[in-house]
Design a binder for this molecule. Structure first.
Ligand code: 3ON
Ligand code: FE
Length: 490
């Protein structure tokens, strides 16, 4: 009893809901300017372009969409050169974005709860979901691609961010085909004599699910492609890779399409988590020939994997795990979500023995966290440092306000927090040219600053987060909380 905090202290949050909500205001404007308001200094060795995707619109002409994952994709580009930085942003000119902007109203159903106005009668048997191109953006094979996992990528001009149209990945994708938003770059592909290769996938869900693996060489050509049917419905947002495997977590979810067909709910609201069923770890051999392995473990829900690697007949996978699928309620406003009642992401390690087909797991970090990233050379390999967005307080589910660096070898950590008025996005790790240590480089992230209702590009020294940002580039406006991005060195 004597350890009990007075009520007003124990319930004090590291943020206010009002501040957090403002980061979900739409940003309909498109900008193009040199960033002049800079605190600290941009390191001269940091050269290249930071690209970031995310929902730019949270409403269509004043009509709110139901969930941020349904928001139209907007690309931000920050080009950094000789200590200077240039900002621009453009909406991906998808068919749906253009049509809705022209009409000035919602014309499409979304995956995460957005419905056409007019109730179920306006939505029944309408399966025309818009490709919103909002989840990731990567530069590969001399192409800039905006990705959304349920449809074809959009190709953009890397200089102007102008939308050039749907991309077929050199004739590989047909209309209606998907291309996931979570490619992984294998820095030294065994099957390509150690050359880098981009590994991505596509999912066709149904009573059984087809997973197609695509591997692209640095010219952007598909060098390997193979499809596999696995039993049951699967919602696969991300995968991890090792030199020999693509690894997926088939979480115990069921899909009941009826409410979607009848116009009552959107597909993401027809997914139910079943805590009595196991999670299946699916290992697809990258050679496309050997047998697929499916191994069961604890029920959990995973959007994002941090990394995976092979060691002495075992496969290790580090993933952000939720106790269950964070369902999207049909009524209510995501801005009013009660963080105490929804599951929080935690970093778990799974150790899969391929001989005995058994899995052990442990919690690596119990603090609420999301958006893991590591040195690109360690992808698919044993690694020491992981960087991840995190909550300010160690023990509660809350919006991301901090960046956490985990030293997985010494089990120590560093944190930089932007609380109380800053909210952190996904960090991107950029190695310092010629670096010799795994953490020698910078972390770049967009941070929403509620005090000024604007966003900053924050640059942290990855070797020491505790010293705080080495540069803060103040944008002239805010960028709504985004999803994923990448850095293309020059
Ligand atoms: O049968 C359906 C077919 C299908 C294509 C099933 C389905 C509904 C799962 C589906 C579509 C899935 C799509 C389009 C998923 C898109 C996901 C998305 C845009 C984003 C996911 C983000 C995940 C996380 C963890 C975000 C975290 C954000 C924060 C911490 C806040 O800043
Ligand atoms: Fe993701």
């Amino acid at each position: 009893l004597q350890n009990r905090q007075p009520e007003n202290i124990s319930s004090k949050k590291s943020y206010t809901r009002q501040d957090w909500q403002k980061g979900y205001e739409s940003q309909p404007r498109e900008f193009d300017y040199w960033i002049e308001d800079i605190e600290g200094e941009i390191p001269l060795e940091l050269q290249g372009t930071f690209f970031k995707n995310g929902p730019g619109l949270l409403d269509i002409n004043g009509d709110r969409i139901h969930h941020p994952f349904d928001g139209d994709g907007m690309i931000c580009k920050i080009a950094i050169n000789k200590g200077r930085a240039h900002f621009s942003n453009r909406f991906v000119q998808t068919e749906g974005y253009l049509a809705e902007q022209k009409a000035g109203k919602i014309l499409y159903r979304g995956v995460f709860g957005t419905q056409k106005p007019g109730g179920w009668l306006a939505n029944i048997f309408n399966f025309n979901i818009k490709n919103i191109a909002n989840t990731n953006v990567i530069y590969w094979g001399n192409k800039l691609l905006a990705l959304w996992e349920a449809a074809q990528p959009h190709r953009l001009d890397p200089h102007t961010l102008e939308t050039l149209g749907l991309d077929t990945i050199q004739g590989t994708l047909n209309p209606g085909d998907a291309f996931a938003a979570h490619p992984r770059i294998d820095p030294h592909s065994q099957q390509d004599g150690g050359a880098p290769c981009l590994v991505n996938f596509a999912v066709k869900p149904g009573p059984s699910t087809t997973i197609t693996i695509y591997e692209l060489n640095p010219a952007g050509e598909v060098v390997r492609q193979h499809s596999h049917s696995i039993p049951g419905f699967a919602f696969l947002h991300d995968m991890a890779i090792t030199p020999n495997y693509c690894i997926f977590f088939q979480n115990p979810v069921r899909f009941n399409p009826l409410p979607f067909l009848l116009g009552w709910r959107s597909p993401g609201q027809c997914i139910d988590f079943n805590p009595h069923e196991k999670t299946k770890i699916i290992l697809i051999p990258r050679d496309g020939k050997s047998a697929v392995k499916i191994i069961e473990t604890e029920p959990c829900f995973v959007f994002h994997h941090a990394n995976a690697w092979e060691e002495n007949g075992e496969v290790f996978i580090d993933s952000v795990c939720y106790e269950s699928f964070p369902s999207v309620e049909p009524d209510g406003d995501f801005r009013e979500v009660d963080f105490d009642t929804i599951p929080a992401g935690q970093l778990w390690r799974f150790q899969v023995n391929l001989e005995t087909e058994t899995v052990q797991h442990q919690v690596l970090e119990s603090r609420c966290c999301e958006f893991p990233v590591l040195h690109p050379e360690q992808v698919g390999q044993p690694y020491r440092y992981l960087y991840i967005g995190a909550a300010h307080a160690p023990e509660e589910n809350a919006p991301l306000q901090a960046v956490l660096k985990l030293d997985l070898k010494t089990k120590t950590q560093q944190i930089w927090s932007a609380a109380p008025r800053g909210f952190a996005g996904e960090p991107v790790f950029v190695p310092r040219p010629g670096e010799t240590k795994e953490d020698e480089g910078w972390l770049l992230l967009l941070m929403y600053d509620a005090a000024h209702h604007r966003s900053d590009l924050v640059i942290l020294n990855a070797q020491d987060l505790t010293q705080g940002p080495i540069a803060r580039l103040h944008l002239k406006h805010h960028v709504p909380y985004g999803l994923h991005g990448s850095f293309t060195p020059e």
